[in-house]
Write a protein that binds this ligand. Structure first.
Ligand code: NAD
Ligand code: TYD
Length: 345
């Protein structure tokens, strides 16, 4: 298969591309990413010379480019999005543009190209918040997004399903719980906490820290996406979770224990507005139909993650200083010049 992955320079996208190149030597991957602040090509430096991998700097809202790119591939795995809830609270404009209009552009391109296979990557946040004793979300749970990020992801999910019914586009969807692991941008809770601890800073815990998330190691999610892409039934949605419901405070205490730090490293700060109390996932449909279950426990995943961040403090430093954004100009732009010269353009 030739697969177009959108948002491949981000956290999940870069892990997914590395996973696909490793697990499917016969496949080719085109990474289409606009390189927003969350896109970091350093994340894929180890595969950038692989002949099966190509990067194109394209915004998913740019119709002419997107239509041309989609024609060239067999399948689209749509991962690109604006993803940080706190940013969506400050300004939702880019979330509406990328998550809603960008998804529509890709869907239109997939239809125009004759009905390309389309997998849409989404989140548990579209279902809203659970109480402490509610059963976990499942594929029948009504949508009830409560922040601008989750509202735009919910809109994109509805659009994808509408193209299945209206245009008979061969789509699948996956909604996954909170991911963690290598290459996660240090604005999200786990990498932010680890990097703050390395730097001797306190971890800002929103509210009372009693919010519950179901943490999944990113590689388990990559395997989930790949499984649905190959074996999912058209028009269907599959939920994925890590079987690791944990309060934010418990999670941070585990990180403190792994890194040998004290409870005094925690600082309680003002809560996030509209902060969802609990997410939890029932992934039994994926387990029964696809034979998928998470393989990495929270303890193992957190150890692998802290080890990775300990070994990549220079990566974190470049994320924080913004110098990672020069990677494209330094490593890709010169090659474009050489290519144009070679082709006498
Ligand atoms: P991320 O913020 O790390 O990466 C997003 C990527 O999309 C970046 O490379 C960015 O440059 C790119 N992008 C943004 N706008 C674009 C545009 N207009 N055109 C092209 N590229 C654009 O995100 P992530 O955490 O890796 O999440 C990826 C996907 O997985 C999202 O769809 C998200 O909703 C979903 N998801 C994430 C989680 C999680 O815990 N991180 C959980 C469930 C689902
Ligand atoms: P985050 O990583 O932003 O993911 P999401 O909002 O998509 O679940 O946050 C995870 C949880 O951690 C969420 O309940 C908010 C909380 N949080 C903090 O307590 N402090 C922080 O500095 C951040 C970034 C998040």
């Amino acid at each position: 298969m030739k697969i177009l992955v959108t948002g491949g320079a981000g956290f999940i996208g870069s892990n997914f591309i590395r996973y696909m190149l490793r697990e499917h030597p016969e496949d080719q991957v085109i990474n289409m990413d606009a390189l927003t602040y969350a896109g970091n090509l350093e994340n894929l430096a180890d595969v950038e010379h692989d002949p099966r991998y190509t990067f194109v700097k394209v915004d998913i809202c740019h119709r002419p480019f997107v239509f041309e790119m989609v024609k060239m591939v067999d399948a689209i795995v749509h991962i690109a999005a604006e993803t940080h809830v706190d940013r969506s609270i400050l300004d939702a404009s880019s979330f509406v543009r990328t998550n809603v209009a960008g998804t529509q552009t890709l869907l239109d391109a997939a239809v125009a190209a004759g009905g390309k296979r389309f997998h849409h990557v989404s989140t548990d946040e579209v279902f809203g918040a659970l109480g402490p004793y509610d059963p976990p979300f499942n594929e029948q749970t009504p949508y009830a997004p409560r922040n601008p990020y989750s509202a735009t992801k919910a809109a994109s999910d509805h659009l994808v399903r509408s193209y299945f019914h209206t245009h008979k586009l061969p789509v699948t969807l996956s909604n996954c719980s909170n991911n963690y692991g290598p290459y996660m941008f240090p604005e999200k809770l786990i990498p932010l906490s680890i990097s703050h601890l390395f730097e001797g800073q306190k971890i800002p815990v929103y509210g009372d820290g009693g919010q519950v998330r179901d943490w999944i190691f990113v590689e388990d999610h990559c395997r989930a996406i790949d499984t649905v892409l190959r074996h999912g039934r058209m028009g269907e949605t599959y939920l994925f979770g890590g079987e690791a419901e944990t309060t934010n405070l418990e999670l941070i205490r585990r990180l403190l224990a792994i890194l040998g730090k004290k409870e005094s490293s925690i600082e309680f700060v003002k809560d996030r507005p509209g902060h969802d109390r609990r997410y939890a996932m029932d992934f039994s449909k994926a387990q029964q139909e696809l034979g998928w279950k998470p393989l990495v426990s929270l303890d193992e995943g957190l150890r692998r993650t802290t080890d990775w961040y300990a070994a990549h403090q220079d990566w974190v430093a470049r994320c924080k200083s913004g110098t990672y954004q020069a990677y494209y100009e330094q490593n890709y732009a010169p090659k474009i010049g050489a290519l144009l010269e070679e082709k006498k353009v």
